[in-house]
Design a binder for this molecule. Sequence first.
Ligand SMILES: N[C@@H](CCSC[C@H]1O[C@@H](n2cnc3c(=O)[nH]cnc32)[C@H](O)[C@@H]1O)C(=O)O
Ligand SMILES: [Zn+2]
Length: 432
Amino acid sequence: MSALQIAGGRVLFPDMTVREADVLADRERGRILETGDTARGDETLDAEGCLVVPGLVNAHCHAAMTLLRGYADDKPLDVWLRDDIWPVEAALEPEDIVAGARLGAAELLKNGVTALGDMYFEVPAAAAVLAEAGLRARVGHGIVTVGKDEAEARADFEEGLSVARELDGAAAGRIRSALMPHSLTTVDADLLEEYAPRAREAGVPLHYHANETADEVNPIVEAHGVRPLEHADDLGLLEAGDFIAHGVHVDAAEIELLAERGVGVAHCPASNMKLASGIAPVQAMLDAGVTVGIGTDGAASNNDLDVFDELRDAAMVGKLEADDAAAVAAPDVVRAATEGGADVLGFEAGRIEAGALADLVVVDLDEPHLTPVHDLLSHLAYAVRGSDVRHTVVDGEVVVRDRELLTLDEAAVTREAERRAKSLIERAESDE
Ligand SMILES: N[C@@H](CCSC[C@H]1O[C@@H](n2cnc3c(=O)[nH]cnc32)[C@H](O)[C@@H]1O)C(=O)O
Ligand SMILES: [Zn+2]
């Protein structure tokens, strides 16, 4: 057996207490063996003066959208998608998605994100990139049927299903999949109802955007006489293990439904603020027992993939929404960004304890903005930045050591992304 020891740091345990401890991980099984005063490993990571936390989970992302970072800002969701994002996405070539996914992977890992939920195009190629970079991910092909005839719509569903079947369990289990219809308003309801059981047969969950804007809620209420998540439930889209992105405009009955069905929510506060979509009632979800994770959404609506930044936003807007400074407190957001996200994605990660997947991050505390230390949980929620991440470990393997990405040539990745992004926009704008 080959083992990795993370030595000499202070460790955040699942009960949200912090104690001095080493962590020993089995590199073959990718699991944590023990915590405390552990044996030395074959490989050691120095965590002296640092805080060791579970790897952060980005529960909802479109990693390759890093290519569109800063391309179109300051617009509401429907206009932003229709006028800016979709026309450029129509010009995407597979090589663009590979370059964008690589850039996303580099950013995620350097910022301490070890797992993500990712919905996009060219998923087999993108998933291979994420896996090679060392990440864990639940991936799916984003299915959209608006503007398509029946044959094209079915073909998109078939692609979504075959991608999910093909990729589930890839990269020694680091890659899992889901059927990912884009949303309840951009995908045909009859096809959703028809394909949901086929995803169940394939053993994969469903993931989609839901109740993101008020504009998405009203048409469903008018057409079906029920709220969107009740409609989703009628279509068979709310089963244990399924997860939605956003859940901004949800009422008490819909929150209850999410809790009862065991459906997780990827809360994306920055994207919701930037597109002025609204603020999700996160405290009410937590009170009802809904599993909440944190997502950045794509870089074009954020505009970064830093989950530390995101969990701080989650705490801030959660308080505003609840009109209560005690709401969505530090331990709640730290848990959501780790264990919560891992549970939403269906990974046995997000907690530092024997048997859990060895996805860990070592945060450097030797910084002016992290001084003094009264409470490390407070620092994690309100003061730590992604750039404070010193080491990142996924599946027992060191992926970032002393802020250097070991799995990718960072300079080559950013150069290629810059080049691809420029030519993508030129192509898209000349097609108009
Ligand atoms: N196969 C689909 C692609 C869907 S991928 C997922 C889609 O979600 C889009 N997206 C990114 N962020 C958001 C969001 O916050 N809400 C809704 N859609 C988003 C993204 O631009 C991408 O088009 C097609 O034919 O268009
Ligand atoms: Zn999204």
